[in-house]
Design a protein around this ligand. Sequence first.
Ligand code: SAM
Length: 785
Amino acid sequence: MITFSYFSLKTYTTLGVYLRRMGKRNRTVNKFAQRKRDKKEQEKNPQPKPEGDTRKHYEDIVRENAAFEEYYKGQKVCPEEEWPVFMQALKDNLPTAFRITGSKCEADALMDIVKSQYFSELLNVKLKNEGEEEEEIKPLNLPWYPNGLAWQLRLSRTDIRRSEPLYKLHNFLVAETAAGGVSRQEAVSMIPPVVLNVEPHHKVLDMCAAPGSKTAQLIEFLHADEDKIPTGVCHPMICSIHPGFVMANDVDNSRCYMLVHQAKRLNSPNILITNHDSAVMPNIMVTDPQNPESTVPLKFDRILCDVPCSGDATLRKNPDIWLKWSTGNGNNLHGNFTGCLTLHAETTVQALLLHGRISKQDGGSNPGGPCTSIQYRVLKRGCELLAVGGRLVYSTCSFNPVENEAVLHRMLAEAEGSLSLVDARNDLTGLKSHPGMSHWRPASKDMVFYDKYEDVPEKWQTVVRPQMFPPKPEDLDKYHLDRCIRILPHHQDTGGFFVAVLEKTALLPWEKEREHTEVQEKKEEKPPAKRRRMGGYKEDPFVFFKGDEEDVFPSIKEYYDLNEEFDSKCLLTRCYVGKKKNIYLVSPLVRDVVMKNESKIKIINTGVKTFVRCDNKNMVCAFRLSQEGLGSVLPFIGPKRRVRILKEDLILVLQNDNPSKPPEIARFSEHTQAQVKGLATGSCVLQYKDDSSSLQLTLVGWRGVHSLRAYTATPDTVHYLRLLGADYSKYDVNKFKKASDVPDGEAEASEAEASEAKEVEEAMEVSEAAEAKEAESTETNGSKS
Ligand SMILES: C[S@@+](CC[C@H](N)C(=O)[O-])C[C@H]1O[C@@H](n2cnc3c(N)ncnc32)[C@H](O)[C@@H]1O
């Protein structure tokens, strides 16, 4: 039996790794690589910190802050009798949480594997905090997560990573995260997409999306009914072309590439990544269904407004907040841009200043004047972009009512009944929470609490704003702020979180006015606004196929036997001239959005890689299939390029790790040989269906002259072998095992495998990196457009 303490928390980033994999941003990458080398060097050869460097190891941080306690006790965010457990929970490290992703049949199979193989390992591990009894580590299934797909383990990520007895669990989490079978995400952060109730036909906007863990959930929900697609194929990579789509936006250009990484794992043709300030997001125009020559503004059915915030509910994950917390954090986000801000908010302020949307004085030296709360501004624009009948979720990882209820109160008051708060607790069965607050008292930096704005001394009036105050008691029933959801860390051993669900029941009062003005403006036929110059890296263009006559398309259509329903206009490349290399696929609506809005909003990425140039003399078509886009194009591919493969043959293909020596056709079963016999050489689809379960797998294959192979990346190979119950032990390296423990002859191989596993791990910890604080301080470097 192994006992170790539930102690250790360290966030680190491998952001550079995925940036490197994107083959871009070399200067940023070099900086990360250098930082990594410096860190290693420092570990080997500890040097004293440079003067003035006050940064601390998370383990060394004293988890106390008197101002924090005084402020939140004053606000009564937690009933007095719960205060000690609230504080104790805040000081503990955060448990690991993850959810199983993908289509139902794969998720079911993976869930069985997790329970039978990995959770049983945990039963041998006991948890012991100082001065406490040993405790068993029981994995907790999060009861409120749809289909029971989410789990929480009472072990921090570092505990799992550093414990040899748990190396298999760690390898599993790393490899499956890479393959898209698992998403590691803090439990409470999974809530907003759940209460957004996304359906496949919805047009969804994620306004502040990076790093993208919630975007990933939105896409998963959009594709949740994949089992119902006509081919009956069930696979995590299957992403049929839905009428709905997700537009994931972030103001921070470098953080948008985290979204690209997330999207890439999900292989959806229904996602678009944009880089804009959400507070001033332009109307997104789409073709008018009544008149295809004209456009109309798109209204979104679902909007996620996961705004930048002071982040003090993430103290468990980011203990350094203990060192710097002050009342100013929340107040500054609300209305005063000149003080100390979180990095995200700073980016926003820079963006707002850059676009001339605010002046330095705005909200700063205009006591009682218009409040420029970034949270309110983003929320307000979200409400404008929302369709009547649509749903918007506002969320923060802050305890502060000034960043939460106060923002909603202002929005509801200005909406004059066109928005209402929905009680979403029914969608979250089993989740413990507190209702939203109806009373709070804004405070100045010197910790004086105020009941009304009139009491605020002049010197604080730029900081404590009129819009920060709660509704009058007689107005409480108008707003129902108690319908908001507050999750405190001790409720179920998580981080803290705030969620509110709004429904739009009518046009907002100023939308009616604006509609009138827009009609007037159209009549006056003003010249189009000058194209805005947008910052960040210059993206390659999005060049759509003209249609079936596009030069390379006829051979693709012929070779893959694509049916007439396939819309070639939804294919695109990222270059105007020269040989097409990669061909991407988007849904018709995403295509329309790109084409109609490219000039007004910076589009970072869209499209799932579907065909890749291969120019092989044995193949008449110049493009092979890509695993990423296979799910989307599969329903259109004819039987000519499909091979129905048996389990043992698929295992044979996947276990082969020598690309120059793929298994010869003669080694396959007679069934598979017969399938391959009439198949012309080149790219093909390998399809497997398990008769005893609902499991179905679809892989990109290659029929050679004498051989058959699969085109899968290492994490996918491990994933498929795992699902097939086959041996993948060579990928399941015990990194704790010293080379000296390995018998002669195996050492070399073991080293190579370890290095490969490390690669996978690094690639995968990108999603950890995405959450890591360090990533927030990524500086934009390199060429600007
Ligand atoms: C709390 S994080 C979002 C986390 C994300 N929803 C997730 O689940 O991974 C806030 C994000 O808002 C972005 N942001 C800040 N101001 C913004 C603005 N005005 N418009 C769009 N994004 C903004 C920040 O760059 C940051 O990535």
